[in-house]
Design a protein around this ligand. Structure first.
Ligand SMILES: [Fe+2]
Ligand SMILES: [Fe+2]
Length: 193
């Protein structure tokens, strides 16, 4: 399946505001994929599909993950809406017939990030946070994030901002996010294959 076909499928399930966000993520993902010499078509497919499961409610996603033996982290079980990445990752290969593990990992980990999300996961994580429809950022914030020299530093910047935000709203920073941050701080790199 190609990007255009997948975009049509997503357009039919997402409400207009969500779909507009998805297209914003596609736009940033394409720029980042080109810049870091990744497969643009794959990065765009990942981007357009990442929030595909947002229409499900939390309990439905919990049941779905239990039924399909999908591994969950404690923060996801406590806030099941975070599972929309895990559910969309299950659907991606079954809808596209593209079983590329890089896509599955990227979509799986887009909500909390992970040291194991790979370079495509890094592109999605940064694009999801910084696309033009996100009102929590201004142009200067975007330049700070996009101005970083590599994907690892970009993700680290976003994770630092997420950690600060968790602190201001008195929410625990997820341990999987913390592990990813420590991995990057110690020089860890995202897998490209
Ligand atoms: Fe999402
Ligand atoms: Fe999103």
């Amino acid at each position: 399946m190609d990007y255009i076909t997948l975009e049509k499928i997503v357009r039919d399930v997402e409400k207009p505001s969500r779909f507009e966000h998805s297209l914003g993520v596609v736009e940033v993902s394409e720029v980042l994929a080109k810049r870091f010499r990744l497969d643009c078509e794959l990065a765009k497919m990942i981007a357009v599909f990442h929030d595909y499961a947002r229409y499900m409610d939390g309990d439905e996603m919990l049941r779905f993950c239990r039924k399909h033996d999908i591994e969950m982290v404690p923060e996801e079980e406590e806030s099941p809406m975070l599972l929309h990445g895990a559910v969309a990752a299950w659907y991606f290969p079954r809808i596209t017939n593209n079983w590329d593990e890089r896509a599955v990992k990227a979509i799986r980990h887009h909500t909390l990030a992970s040291a194991h999300m790979g370079a495509y996961g890094a592109v999605l994580y940064v694009a999801d946070y910084s696309e033009k429809g996100r009102r929590h950022l201004d142009d200067n914030d975007r330049l700070v994030i996009w101005g970083k020299p590599n994907l690892e530093k970009m993700v680290l910047e976003v994770l630092t901002r997420e950690e600060d935000y968790s602190f201001t709203v008195s929410r625990r920073f997820a341990s999987v996010s913390q592990e990813c941050k420590e991995y990057l701080e110690s020089g860890g790199l995202f897998e490209r294959s």
